[in-house]
Design a protein around this ligand. Structure first.
Ligand code: C2O
Ligand code: CU
Length: 506
């Protein structure tokens, strides 16, 4: 009898525990979709508390197979490229016990996430984690979307060597879909034997063309491999979460005979999704797009990156297949959503007066403009006279005066690219909204220019500014005081001068 009562009590206790945890668990609001992220390794959460995601993250050299049959000694997070996939709901605390087992100092920047300044991974807010060293990153993820993490020290070489990982944050208002795929797009320069090139250790050996434009190659990676493939379902809604981690390469994605429904970007879903035959995604950007494949079972539907001309003085990118897709089965009766209710982000009012000018230009070390790369505290990339230097308002790196804004202030910035290269403006710690540009999309005349739909509703952390054009953005510096970097996200540019900071002061 007594035993039975104990059992009843135990049962009641466990019921209460289950009920309590199902109340506090921050689960997505809808039935799980079929998640097919080829080759992506999921991170495991060490903490049973559903509100906390805790993991060990080790940066280390590991042998990986990026292309079949070839071994590459990559720099990795936990031994894989991409690193472990962190998949959480809005409101989760991430606790990352980081250890650096690389032969070089590093940090982790949590790209796109709003977090306390001390957790941002920039060298102005933390000392680099030396070889053998550790650091604990801990912060709450506040916004839904696809984000990523990568080093903020020698990011030109460290990201190229394989140091990047993805964070997917689910929020309310996610669309109903049948299948979902995270695709991390990259390119990598491999030697014939699969090894990474020696110029990663020695900037002097990097060809001038790549010093000028950034590292790129024709070896494309999807989720860390050259030969990924995906089986899709005709008639079903597939959701593609796209991230470009390449240093320079743009992906101009299309599926012939199909139209994407673009439902979001870096830090926002769109209340009014738009249709696009092509999605142009620059370094560090993310796009979120739906597609209903159509065709008979067995039909091949490659995901292609169409030709793209980055800049006049740069070799155009030819069209290439990014991912083999094939129809494996079919369903019917699905329709793409025309609206996503409740996800709209209020537009930030543009403050009166002239925007703060951020002028991107390129010069030459020791050249007539007199540009020099100021000595930085940690490992500057020492070039020789004649090497390119990238400048903001005619100054490089630590010589650029920080932009000071008051906590709570709204500020507009006009990013003007007067150089012959393409650049990607990226801001840490705050989203921005695009309010103006002289480079607007036209399907025939300007297929690579900025989509107006982004101006109307996007919240972004990275935006392309093409040679000769400008983009004006607005941000509200409402919460986290501190030192927040802004820079070009082509790391060959940022590590050679095109990086400075916004100081948010009380
Ligand atoms: Cu993804 Cu400061 O960078
Ligand atoms: Cu750039």
């Amino acid at each position: 009898m007594r035993l039975m009562w104990l059992r009843v009590v135990a049962l009641l206790v466990s019921l209460v525990v289950v009920m309590a945890s199902s109340c506090t668990a921050r689960e997505p609001e809808q039935a799980p979709v079929l998640d097919d992220n080829p080759g992506i390794t999921s991170a495991t959460d060490k903490d049973p508390d559903p509100g906390v995601f805790e993991m060990d993250l080790v940066a280390k050299v590991a042998t990986v197979e990026l292309t079949p049959g070839k071994k590459t000694a990559a720099w990795t997070y936990n031994g894989t490229v991409p690193g472990p996939f962190i998949d959480v709901a809005v409101g989760t605390r991430l606790v990352i016990h980081f250890k650096n087992e690389l032969p070089q100092a590093t940090t982790i920047h949590w790209h796109g996430l709003r977090l306390p300044n001390s957790m941002d991974g920039a060298l102005v807010v933390q000392n680099p984690v030396m070889p053998g060293g550790t650091f604990e990153y801990s912060f709450v993820v506040r916004d839904p979307g696809l984000f990523w993490f990568h080093p903020h020290h020698r990011s030109d070489t460290q990201i190229e060597r394989g140091l990047y990982g993805v964070i997917r944050v689910r929020g309310p208002g996610e669309p109903r879909v049948d299948h979902e795929h995270v695709l991390v797009l990259d390119d990598v320069r491999l030697q014939a034997d699969g090894a990474l090139p020696p110029d990663l250790d020695d900037y002097a050996q990097l060809p001038l063309d790549l010093k000028l434009h950034g590292r790129w190659s024709d070896t494309l990676l999807v989720n860390g491999r050259t030969d990924r493939s995906l089986v899709v379902q005709s008639g079903a809604i597939h959701r593609f979460r796209l991230l470009n981690t390449a240093n320079l390469r743009y992906f101009n994605l299309t599926v012939r005979g199909h139209t994407f429904r673009v439902i979001g970007t870096d830090g926002s879903l769109f209340e009014k999704p738009y249709e696009a035959t092509h999605i142009l995604i620059g370094p560090s950007e993310r796009y979120d797009a739906l597609l209903i494949p159509n065709g008979a079972v067995g039909k091949e539907l490659p995901l292609t990156s169409d030709a793209f001309e980055r800049a006049e003085d740069d070799a155009p990118q030819p069209a290439v297949t990014v991912l083999k897709m094939k129809i494996g089965s079919s369903v019917s009766g699905r329709a793409l959503p025309d609206t996503l209710p409740g996800v709209a982000i209020p537009r930030i009012p543009v403050p009166a007066g002239e925007p703060t000018l951020i002028e991107f230009d390129q010069g030459t070390q020791g050249g007539p403009e007199g540009y020099t790369l100021p000595p930085e505290e940690h490992d500057p990339i020492v070039g020789k006279d004649g090497d390119p230097i990238f400048v903001i308002n005619k100054k490089a790196g630590g010589d650029i005066p920080p932009i000071e804004v008051k906590l709570g202030e709204t500020r507009a910035f006009k990013i003007h690219n007067v150089s012959h290269q393409i650049h990607v403006f990226h801001l840490h710690g705050f989203f921005f909204q695009i309010v103006d540009s002289d480079d607007l999309f036209d399907p025939v005349k300007k297929p690579f220019a900025l989509r107006r739909e982004l101006m109307a509703q996007a919240q972004k952390d990275s935006v392309t500014v093409r040679s000769g054009f400008s983009v004006t953005v607005v941000a509200r510096f409402d919460e986290e005081p501190g030192r927040w970097m802004y820079h070009c996200h082509i790391p060959e540019h940022s590590e050679r001068g095109m990086m400075s900071e916004i100081r948010v002061v009380k």
